[in-house]
Design a protein around this ligand. Structure first.
Ligand code: IPE
Ligand code: IPE
Ligand code: MG
Ligand code: MG
Ligand code: MG
Length: 306
């Protein structure tokens, strides 16, 4: 199996770039439509549109398709979840948090502008994400999507508190702490992206349950690979300053169970996710075709180097 250090280039779905462009265009138009002061609008655009893998929007889109939808029906969800993600990165990089000056291969927002603007732009992105879900032709669905996004955002913030400040219940093991950090700070929002994609396409409760299990697997895997890349990646590919987790004494999978075990855990979660996609496919006559793009994304998540 390929690993982040091996510089493999995973195959992506044929329409991946086209979908990302669609998401970027929608995001840009939405930010510009708000009539913010120019400095705030520029800061939000810098943090939101300046690169990034767009994995969460892609997951929303392709999960919609995997559940029998069009992908396009998940576009609002895709925008909302990417806004929350980009906001979380802006605040994660602040001096009071991880104190990072490089993100997506460019200066972080507080270096590009200043700390006050980074705090306020992050606040604005949080509120924008919810605004993006309000204008939905189906108010019942909008309510469900807003609830999903609130769940994911709450978990992300809880995870960031665990990661940065602790606050765990007494007597839990280091492994349990680690799983709590990772599933909350990162896994939850990936899960939200998938569940919002499924809800956007009116998935059945059975489909939503399988999607949730699938998303838990890739969500935890995503942060394990992020931890591995902090040790084994290249700054050029990752676009971040590496080696920061160890320097900051962060609780990570490689630091607690070792690099090899962390890689094995990531590989196993990738296999679990692919098996869950098979289960999802069984529920639909065109199932294998509908899950094709999520399959490719899964391979990318396991072998990514950025
Ligand atoms: C980085 O997320 C932060 C984590 C939650 C692990 P991504 O690796 O998705 O960052 P971008 O969006 O591609 O920059
Ligand atoms: C960040 O985790 C998670 C969130 C932003 C919610 P990290 O601190 O490991 O992410 P990077 O490595 O800075 O992207
Ligand atoms: Mg952090
Ligand atoms: Mg960080
Ligand atoms: Mg990291």
């Amino acid at each position: 199996m390929n690993h982040p250090t091996q510089q493999s280039v995973p195959q992506l779905p044929a329409d991946y770039q086209e979908i990302l462009k669609r998401i970027d265009d929608e995001l840009r138009a939405f930010i510009e439509s708000k009539g913010y002061p120019q400095n705030l609008s520029d800061a939000i655009a810098y943090a939101t549109l300046g690169g990034g893998k767009r994995i969460r929007p892609a997951l929303a889109w392709y999960t919609s398709i995997a559940c029998g939808g069009t992908g396009i029906d998940a576009v609002q969800s895709a925008i909302a979840v990417e806004l929350i993600h980009a906001f979380s990165l802006v605040h994660d990089d602040l001096p009071a948090m991880d104190d990072d000056d490089l993100r997506r291969g460019r200066p972080t927002l507080h270096i590009h502008t200043n700390q006050a603007m980074a705090i306020l732009a992050g606040d604005a992105m949080l509120s924008l994400a919810y605004e993006s879900l309000i204008d939905n032709s189906d108010p019942t669905r909008a309510t469900k999507l807003i609830r999903e996004l609130a769940n994911g955002t709450r978990a992300m913030i809880v995870g960031q508190v665990y990661d940065t400040l602790g606050g765990f219940a007494e007597g839990i093991s280091q492994e349990e702490c680690l799983e709590l950090i990772h599933t909350n700070k990162t896994g939850a929002l990936l899960c939200t992206a998938c569940r919002m994609g499924a809800i956007s396409s009116n998935a059945s409760p059975e489909q939503l349950e399988i999607v949730t299990q699938y998303a838990h697997a890739i969500g935890l895997q995503f942060q394990i690979v992020d931890d591995l890349l902090d040790i084994e990646g290249t700054t050029h590919a990752v676009g971040k300053t590496l080696g920061k987790d160890e320097a900051a004494g962060k609780l990570t999978y490689p630091s607690v169970i070792g690099v090899e075990q962390a890689r094995a855990a990531s590989d196993q979660l990738g296999i679990d996710a692919q098996n869950l996609l098979d289960q999802l496919a069984k529920n639909h006559s065109r199932g294998p075709e509908l899950i094709k793009s999520l399959r490719l994304i899964g391979t990318m998540l396991t072998s990514r180097n950025s």
